[in-house]
Write a protein that binds this ligand. Structure first.
Ligand SMILES: Nc1nc2c(ncn2[C@@H]2O[C@H](COP(=O)(O)OP(=O)(O)OP(=O)(O)O)[C@@H](O)[C@H]2O)c(=O)[nH]1
Ligand SMILES: [Mg+2]
Ligand SMILES: [Zn+2]
Length: 267
């Protein structure tokens, strides 16, 4: 999805791809576990989209509940794929306190944060302005409102939107295939199915901290250059957390991801 290709046209009007241009970047993750697969341990790379400028990471204030750890995982995938992460906190009409704490935290780190509502139209104009002239992939959990936001931004898309399950408070996986559309001159959007399981692909333990923007200021000051910022003495990241220069929530997200990265990723 999203590859630039050269097409040769046949006389009957059909065409065939004869060249795929080099990819600028590519978002991938580990393929979901398949029940009963012969090689249970083996997790392949799944390519989601390539040649992308922005990853519009859509979260919702509630229904489903805002999940900062899932957001951080998506940010790490974007950063490690050299794609600009942009954060959207949607469904703000359903809460009172506007999730200021989180919006401020991520803004301070240096990310653009858009607080939106498809119902009241809050933040929609600003988001529309931001994505102009770029290739933008909308990504996030099921039910956060990716397709609804896209319909609000570009009504002609007329994408199907789903319900939120009243028992689980989760989305019901309404969008089932990745869809790339040109919405204006030089502006493209990609709607994607909600993700259930998010595991970054091909990130090494020693590289993980580089993808948490505010950590990178301290990485050169750790006593050991192999520091994983977990328990090592003389760790500048841990010092920064203790001095409240790095938020505890982001550090906990980091430890959580570190824990799930397998030791032996071979390339
Ligand atoms: N109150 C409120 N509801 C919203 C908002 N945005 C979306 N919704 C509702 O949330 C539900 C899910 O929206 P979708 O757009 O289908 O969510 P999605 O992220 O595309 O979900 P998947 O396609 O399953 O990944 C729908 O019932 C929408 O009407 C919002 O800003 N406010
Ligand atoms: Mg959808
Ligand atoms: Zn360290």
């Amino acid at each position: 999805m999203g590859d630039f290709v050269d097409i040769e046209m046949n006389e009957d009007g059909t065409g065939s791809i004869h060249f795929i241009h080099e990819r600028k970047n590519c978002i991938s993750r580990k393929a979901p576990r398949i029940k009963g697969a012969a090689f249970r341990g083996e997790r392949l790379e799944q390519k989601i989209a390539s040649n992308v400028d922005d990853m519009i990471i859509v979260t919702s204030a509630v229904l489903p509940m805002f999940n900062n750890k899932a957001l951080d995982r998506l940010i790490v995938i974007a950063e490690s794929s050299h794609i600009n992460p942009i954060i959207v906190i949607n469904k703000i009409d359903l809460v009172k306190d506007e999730l200021d704490y989180w919006a401020e935290l991520y803004t301070q780190i240096g990310y653009k944060v858009f607080v939106t509502s498809v119902v009241t139209g809050q933040g929609i104009k600003e988001l529309a302005e931001e994505i102009k002239g770029k290739v933008n992939v909308f990504w996030g959990a099921s039910g956060v409102g990716k397709s609804s936001l896209l319909n609000k931004l570009f009504p002609e898309l007329d994408l199907r939107v789903g319900e939120i399950s009243s028992s689980s408070k989760k989305g019901t996986h309404t969008t089932v295939t990745v869809l790339l559309k040109k919405v204006a001159e030089d502006t493209y959007i990609v709607d994607t199915p909600g993700i259930r399981e998010i595991e970054p692909y091909g990130i090494k333990k020693e590289d993980l901290a580089h993808y948490l923007k505010e950590f990178s200021l301290y990485l050169n000051d750790c006593r050991f250059n192999t520091c994983t910022h977990f328990h090592e003495p003389g760790c500048a990241v841990i010092d920064a957390v203790e001095n409240e220069l790095i938020s505890l929530e982001r550090y906990e997200s980091y430890l959580n991801m570190l824990d799930t990265i397998e030791e032996d990723i071979n390339f």
